[in-house]
Ligand binder design. Structure first.
Ligand code: AMP
Length: 468
């Protein structure tokens, strides 16, 4: 069914067209009619399924025109990045309407947010803390609220916002429409839902525990001391356009970033200790192609929506199996394709099992051909991994041509010779010039060890390995 048959007004159909969407995604097909009909909704849909449009479009339709009184819609988001992104989506979809949306989050001054609220806005998209500030000082009132949306509810509760969320719900008018969007719906969410929603329709898209089919994912076991070397080797051999690397800790993210910069990668860092302007600069730079790599922690990366993240690398296996799905959901969004690699160490068999059990699928364990798994780790320089690897892996040229938003295909690089020490990685193409198989599989990965067919991504033909 096309967008035009979902009951949305022409202004919004034009907004959708301007976004380049052709057909609604499954969550949009199922949620839009419910929201348009005024009913409450609990939707479980994993990240990247198009859930923002699933609520933004029908909500804009229900609002119709701008009204200068207090907000009629409140959207709660767990992170600033997500709040900013959802505000952008509302503005994009509503570009042919006069509806006003305002984002309210911490990390920036109050002035602009306060004046936008005072000028009269239709939709407030907020993180709980700053919203509570505006409610307490009386700048923002919720008496005129018609629709309350809680997005990424599972994450909001994980982040300890449950008390604030309950307080905020209590300040909304009793008669309203309420929508919950959450990747998973554990019992704590059911409990909040019981007092916040009235006779909700439930929509479940796919299984919240599955990884998008469009993503190929694999574990790369390695000894702790060689982790950083393997990361550099994977980046060297992967024809990535933009790669998101996850670290469990902020400190770890900074270290990985520092060392990747030393290995001549252009790197952005995103974590909660960075200032708001640094976070915005990192995200914008990553989106525009100024940075080819972004190192992030789970919380900061929640909701990052960058079209064309071609690869996700879990430098640290996620502590929580659910985060595995969320992290990997950063690539292969809305049916693009993407690859996701997770570095694992021998002590992490339990984490591996937990992830496999959670997603209900075995993840192939692969080895990077040519990587010297028996190498002696060098002095750790206070970091889990070994010392910077660029000397060993060959100097990378600066990717100076990668700014400005484009992703020119990489040129084959001259690799430093490893003078017969057998320490280096396999060249990207076999000596004959034919790309040789570069991934050895064990663990039942379809086609493991065989040459994967080149795939199309972002208009460029790329193989997964060694086929630049
Ligand atoms: P979301 O799950 O809302 O974060 O959306 C994930 C990505 O899918 C975003 O980049 C959206 O712009 C994109 N998207 C959402 N709906 C559609 C659609 N119907 N067709 C194509 N892309 C979409």
């Amino acid at each position: 069914m096309p967008f035009s048959q979902l009951g949305l007004p022409p202004t919004l159909i034009n907004g959708v067209k301007a976004m380049g969407y052709v057909d609604p995604t499954p969550i949009q097909l199922r949620a839009i009619p419910v929201v348009l009909g005024g009913g409450d909704l609990i939707a479980s849909a994993q990240t990247g399924t198009g859930k923002t449009a699933a609520f933004a479009l029908p909500v804009l339709a229900r609002l119709g025109k701008h009204e200068a009184r207090g907000p009629r819609v409140l959207v709660l988001e767990p992170t600033r990045e997500l709040a900013a992104q959802v505000e952008t989506a509302f503005r994009d979809f509503g570009r042919f309407t006069d509806i006003r949306a305002t984002v309210v989050h911490g990390g920036v001054g109050y002035g602009r947010q306060r004046s936008e609220i005072q000028a009269g806005t239709d939709i407030v998209i907020a993180t709980p803390g700053r919203l509570m500030d505006f409610l307490s000082e009386g700048t923002l009132r919720l008496d005129g609220l018609k629709i309350l949306i809680l997005d990424e509810v599972d994450r909001m509760l994980d982040m300890g916002f449950v008390k604030d969320v309950k307080k905020i719900i209590a300040r909304c008018p009793k008669v309203r429409q309420t929508l919950f969007f959450s990747a998973t719906v554990p019992p704590e969410i059911e409990e909040v839902a019981r007092f916040a929603l009235h006779n909700p329709t439930r929509v479940e898209i796919g299984v919240a525990r599955t990884v998008n089919k469009s993503v190929t994912h694999a574990f790369y076991p390695v000894n702790m001391g060689l982790k950083f070397d393997l990361l550099v080797a994977l980046l060297e051999k992967t024809d990535f356009h933009s790669c998101l690397i996850f670290s469990r800790t902020k400190h770890g993210a900074d270290k990985i970033a520092r060392k990747l910069k030393a290995a001549n990668h252009s790197v952005a860092v995103l974590h909660a200790n960075r200032s708001q302007s640094q976070r915005v600069e990192a995200l914008e730079g990553f989106k525009s192609g100024k940075y080819e790599v972004m190192v992030a922690t789970d919380i900061a990366a929640r909701g990052i929506d960058v079209a064309g993240v071609s690869h996700v690398i879990n430098y640290d296996i996620p502590a929580n199996p659910e985060d595995y799905v969320h992290r990997i959901g950063r690539t292969g969004r809305a049916a693009a394709i993407g690859d996701a690699f997770t570095l694992t160490t021998p002590d992490q068999a339990g984490d591996i099992k937990a992830i496999e059990r959670f997603i209900g699928q075995k993840v192939p364990q692969l080895q990077l051909e040519g990587f010297n798994y028996g190498a002696q780790p060098r002095p750790a320089m206070g970091f889990q991994g070994a010392a910077p690897a660029h000397g060993q892996h060959g100097q990378r040229p600066q990717h100076s041509g990668r700014g400005g938003g484009g992703y020119p295909p990489r040129q084959p690089q001259q690799r430093a010779q490893h003078s017969g020490q057998g320490q280096g990685h396999a060249p990207r193409s076999a000596p004959s010039g034919q790309p040789g198989p570069q991934v050895q599989g064990h663990g039942g990965f379809a086609g493991a060890g065989a040459q994967p067919a080149p795939r199309k991504f972002g208009g460029l033909s790329r193989g997964r390995w060694g086929q630049r």
